[in-house]
Design a protein around this ligand. Structure first.
Ligand code: SAH
Ligand code: SF4
Ligand code: F3S
Length: 467
């Protein structure tokens, strides 16, 4: 009967969800937690937002571009809601926390707003909206723990949150306002999660936090990141350990030694510089000088010669003069980063810098940004070219979704079909590598000889012993 068919499909739709995710790895991991919560309640992933009964937008507020991307995504859902009014639309993540109930005024078709420190309230909110059809917001700090179910996006590498929030007050940054105070998870909780991951066959763990170098502050068991890495390395089956993000002021010599001495800890560090001018660094409240930063890099490279260092740099901070910017270029040249993520400063709500005078107009900031990109492009090319001929350990993470342009070249090789499919993975230095091999290698650590290099990835061949 058509009517009962209709009600079944509507019921099926009610239990399907879709999450659109923006922002950093913390957000990506929150999406894994929200998926876990929903699936524990019997929801399953819809193939598209059109087929979902619950749609969540996990937003980022760090820069205006990230914010406008999230707002357009929410905007596109309006049509879906009009066509199918029972659809539940939730705005989560950092815009949710920053804007709160104001989102309802701007986008009346949104049903609930959920802050990143209250993920545990997700099911309650959905139930409330379903039953009472009233809008609801939850922005409290209900201290989410590692106890929430998690549906992980990757089968071989996993994110593990070691701390929430951030206690640094970088004057430009909205994160402490939206993510709350720093709160470290106890060592035993984290290690329990790592052991569980090892049992499930995970090979690589990335510890997550806004400033992982201050992990352990306020905990009783003398926990710090170095100790956590040492203990996690003892878990059988976990072959690679990584951590993001580090703050230069808290990067200790003890941690550098652990990175050098523990084989599981990968030779990669993301260490945001932000600026090379001491005056600007002071105004940003970063609590280090350009020379301190370079000295830490020198020590790191002395201990770990192969280490790959990536960074974030911001141009056009209020009051940045041509001289300040020239100092940034000097430090970037001296630091020889493998990759650099660059941003043009913009005012964010709640931040100290938003109230500063001496704003740098776009016409000045944009050419500085371009000069920084040009400098780093050259350095990145040199680093990538230096990888040629090396044999690197790669964790085989997946099959190539989008075949890169060198595919033609490879398929010219008459023996290529014997090599199986296009595989992709990352080196210990976190460089992306494509190579051909058998599907059975997925999830394995293999050795790959690097044969070609482009700006964003490397191409290689499996070491003969592994074909
Ligand atoms: N906790 C991390 C991530 C912060 S956000 C850290 O401490 O590095 C990621 C990057 O966004 C920052 O490193 C910074 O370069 C950039 N960013 C943050 N606020 C910004 C703003 N107001 N304008 C432009 N870029 C910003
Ligand atoms: Fe923002 Fe600074 Fe905290 Fe990073 S360390 S999240 S830049 S306040
Ligand atoms: Fe964005 Fe929030 Fe991460 S503001 S960068 S998603 S902590």
């Amino acid at each position: 009967m058509p009517s009962s068919k209709k009600s079944t499909s509507s019921e099926e739709r009610r239990k399907r969800y879709r999450i659109l995710t923006f922002g950093c790895q913390m957000n990506a991991h929150d999406t894994e937690r929200m998926s876990g919560l929903l699936e524990a309640e019997g929801y399953s992933l819809a193939t598209s937002p059109e087929e979902a009964g619950v749609i969540l937008v996990n937003t980022c507020a760090v820069r205006p571009k990230a914010e406008s991307k999230a707002y357009s995504a929410i905007g596109r859902l309006r049509k879906l809601k009009n066509e199918h009014p029972p659809t539940i639309i939730g705005v989560c993540g950092c815009i949710a926390q920053s804007e709160g109930e104001k989102i309802f005024a701007r986008m009346p078709y949104v049903d609930f707003v959920l802050g990143p420190r209250s993920l545990g309230e997700l099911r309650r909110l959905i139930r409330q909206v379903e039953r009472q059809r009233v809008r609801a917001a939850c922005l409290d700090d209900t201290s989410i723990s590692g106890k929430l179910p998690i549906k992980r996006a990757h089968p071989y590498r996993a994110w593990v949150t070691i701390m929430e929030g951030c206690d640094n007050c970088c004057t430009y940054c909205i994160v402490p306002y939206v993510r709350g105070r720093e709160d470290s998870r106890p060592l035993s909780d984290i290690l329990g999660e790592v052991c569980g991951l090892a049992r499930e066959g995970y090979k690589e763990v990335t510890f997550l936090g806004q400033n992982v170098n201050s992990y352990g502050r306020g905990l009783a068991d003398r926990a710090n990141l170095a100790r956590l890495l040492e203990l996690a390395a003892e878990v059988p089956g976990i072959e690679r350990l990584r951590f993001v993000t580090s703050h230069p002021k808290d990067l200790s010599y003890e941690l550098m030694q652990v990175m050098a001495n523990i084989p599981q800890v990968c030779e990669h560090l993301h260490l945001p510089l932000q600026s090379g001018s001491d005056k600007v660094l002071r105004a940003m409240n970063r609590k280090y000088a350009g020379a301190d930063y370079l000295e830490k890099l020198r020590l790191l490279r002395e201990l770990i010669p192969e280490i790959s260092i990536t960074t974030d740099v911001m141009v056009g901070f209020p009051g940045e003069t041509e001289e300040d910017f020239a100092q940034t270029l000097e430090v970037v040249e001296a630091a020889q980063f493998d990759t650099l993520f660059s941003f043009i400063y913009s005012d964010r709500p709640h931040t100290v810098s938003a109230g500063m005078g001496n704003k740098i107009p776009r016409e000045i900031a944009q050419p500085r940004f371009m000069r920084l990109l040009e400098l780093q492009d050259r350095i990145t090319k040199e680093h990538q070219a230096r990888q040629l001929g090396k044999t690197e350990q790669v964790l085989v993470e997946g099959k190539n979704q989008r075949l890169p342009e060198y595919q033609d070249h490879i398929s010219d090789d008459p023996g290529s079909h014997d090599h199986g499919v296009q595989l992709t993975g990352r080196t210990r230095g976190n460089r992306l590598v494509h190579f051909s091999g058998l599907e059975g290698l997925l999830g394995k650590l293999v050795w790959v000889k690097i044969t070609r290099a482009s700006q964003h990835c490397l191409m290689g061949e499996l070491h003969p012993s592994q074909k």
